[in-house]
Design a protein around this ligand. Structure first.
Ligand code: B12
Ligand code: SF4
Length: 491
């Protein structure tokens, strides 16, 4: 049986994310253990897409089953992909999985016209599905699967229990991807997060946390370095610093065995200490991304972040002191926000001086308390078209801050935090930085990464902020920038 597992991008042919998608890699790793299953992976974040090339791909490999992985933000491309597969050959069995499909299995099945949806973690569920398809048996009773039966009725099987021991899972089958497309390898060392932030989708990754063994993690890192020759890693765990005992074991192994890795990860701001940061730095940590989200006490309480502003400030300070880049993500425009709370967040971001700052307009995800708060519990407003949701622009109006105005605050936020350093990079330091860029590019043969090394604040200001200007005419963009500059003076 020939199986294609495909990962969907937010927009086709943009090549924005350059890290392997672990969802399809984990499923691929599991399916590879099955007799008679030939597995192919395709990541449309990096691969070009057209219906013609897809048809050729499906025909060349005689694909029988397609598994499509997507999130709410990539719903549109997933729907188009499924339509293209089915219009090529109706009898290709198509299953959907991932966070969005988990939140809305029946709706996804109906709207995408696929044959099954896998709810939650997919390794064992999809293995069982493939087993049944190989035997030409019905999917009735396979836990965690919603499917169409022979009479086209939708059947929802009972849910599947979350996987208990994630050490038992085969390693992700990254080698089935076009590895040359990625500079960085993704790695997962735990699943789950015990916290309860109101904007976080806990459909797949639950509040019960599961850890891998330090040995298993270390061996996988060693494999990435020595066999795949990839030594830059992105640890995708929700909170890599949660279990510091386990983390310490892994870091000590990396240090002891002198494994030449450089890595970035995500962490909460609570529990960050100087000694764990020192060990992380020694073991190759280059950047930690903190989801700080707000600099306003009342908003912090509203989002149930369970951390404090003091902890946020301290985490950024200690991280930078340890020689690790501190990236801080903020969300602007909660239902409880006012102009003043949004300004508080921007002022806070400027005060704590992270190395990289990101401001996101709040975009509620389905299956979260934030969504329920805005639209009503479990309600999907009739205007919601998943394929049209833009996760970078404000998606709803707040009393004190209409959507258009919130966009101004996002851009003014970047300007407020970054303008001084940006102006220095663009004037006084321009020539020395340019010379450094030329030198590094000549030495490494890479331009992209080196631009952000030499002009970090300019890249942060321009690249991370582009979305707010996209779709605007030149005249509109000029007027937008004028308003931003005026607004920023009021901060
Ligand atoms: C790493 C990460 C990213 C990376 C992705 C890099 C990469 N190439 O992998 C980056 C930074 C690019 C990113 C971007 C975004 N992300 Co993100 N991200 C994550 C994170 C932290 C880990 C994802 C991961 O690798 N998990 C590990 C793998 C093994 O799990 P998995 O992908 O869920 O796959 C399992 C199941 O879902 C299922 N499954 C998945 N696909 C399929 C397919 C089939 C056929 C089957 C059977 C099963 C199946 O089985 C898999 C194995 O068990 C998650 C949080 C989390 N804990 O999952 C958020 C998360 C996925 N991201 C989220 C969001 C909102 C975004 C952005 C919109 C943020 C933004 N504003 O830009 C974008 C959207 C990008 C997109 N293309 O859609 C939300 C998505 C919620 C939703 N309903 O869609 C999450 C869940 C965070 C949260 N808790 O709210 N993200
Ligand atoms: S700490 Fe992060 S992963 Fe955990 S609930 Fe909050 S947002 Fe989600």
């Amino acid at each position: 049986m020939n199986i294609l597992l495909a990962n969907m991008p937010m927009t086709f042919n943009r090549r924005e994310n350059l890290e392997p998608p672990l969802g399809i890699c984990y499923i691929g790793g599991m399916l590879k253990t099955m007799k008679g299953a030939v597995v192919h992976l395709k990541d449309f974040e990096v691969a070009d897409y057209s219906p013609e090339s897809l048809r050729a791909y499906l025909a060349e490999r005689s694909i029988d089953v397609v598994g499509v992985s997507f999130r709410t933000a990539s719903y549109g491309s997933a729907k188009r992909f499924v339509t293209d597969v089915k219009s090529f050959r109706r009898d290709i069995f198509v299953a959907a999985g991932g966070h969005h499909a988990t939140a809305f299995p029946r709706e996804t099945l109906a709207d995408m016209r696929c044959d099954a949806v896998i709810v939650g973690e997919g390794e064992y569920a999809f293995k069982d599905v493939i087993g049944r398809l190989q035997e030409r048996a019905s999917l009735a009773g396979v836990p965690g699967v919603v499917f169409r039966d022979a009479d086209n009725r939708v059947i929802a099987n009972p849910p599947r229990q979350p996987i208990e021991n994630i050490d038992d899972l085969p390693w992700p089958s990254r080698e089935l991807l076009d590895l040359g497309s990625y500079n960085v390898m993704t790695l997962l060392t735990s699943r789950g997060c015990p916290f309860d932030c109101i904007y976080c989708d806990k459909g797949v990754s639950t509040r019960a946390v599961k850890y891998r063994s330090a040995d298993g993690i270390f061996e996988e890192i060693r494999y990435l370095v020595s066999t795949l020759h990839k030594n830059r890693l992105y640890v995708v765990d929700d909170h890599f610093f949660l279990n510091k005992k386990k983390l310490r074991e892994v870091l000590d192994r990396i240090i002891r065995e002198k494994l030449p890795v450089q890595w970035t990860c995500q962490a909460r701001v609570d529990g960050i200490t100087a000694d764990i940061l020192a060990a992380a730095r020694e073991a190759g940590c280059e950047q930690i991304m903190f989801g700080i989200e707000t600099g306003d006490e009342s908003e912090l309480k509203y989002i149930r972040k369970s951390s404090t502003l003091k902890q946020a400030e301290e985490a950024v300070r200690l991280t930078k002191k340890a020689g690790i880049r501190a990236r801080a993500n903020f969300m602007l425009g909660f239902p409880v926000s006012t102009k003043e709370t949004v300004k508080n967040t921007i002022r806070f971001a400027r005060r704590i001086k992270p190395d990289i700052v990101r401001f996101f307009a709040v975009s509620p995800l389905p299956n979260t308390d934030l969504w329920d708060d805005i639209y009503g519990k479990g309600v999907i407003p009739p205007w919601v078209k998943w394929e049209e949701l833009d996760f970078f622009k404000p998606s709803f109006n707040i009393k004190d801050l209409p959507r258009e105005e919130l966009s101004l605050y996002v851009t003014a936020g970047y300007w407020h935090v970054l303008k001084n350093d940006f102006l220095l990079e663009a004037t006084l330091f321009f020539i020395p930085k340019l010379l450094r860029l030329l030198y590094l590019t000549a030495r490494t043969g890479r331009l992209r990464g080196n631009i952000s090394k030499c002009f970090p604040r300019s890249v942060n200001l321009i690249v991370d902020n582009m979305h707010q200007l996209s779709g605007k005419s030149f005249k509109e963009a000029v007027s937008f920038i004028r308003q931003v500059l005026r607004l920023e003076r009021t901060f």
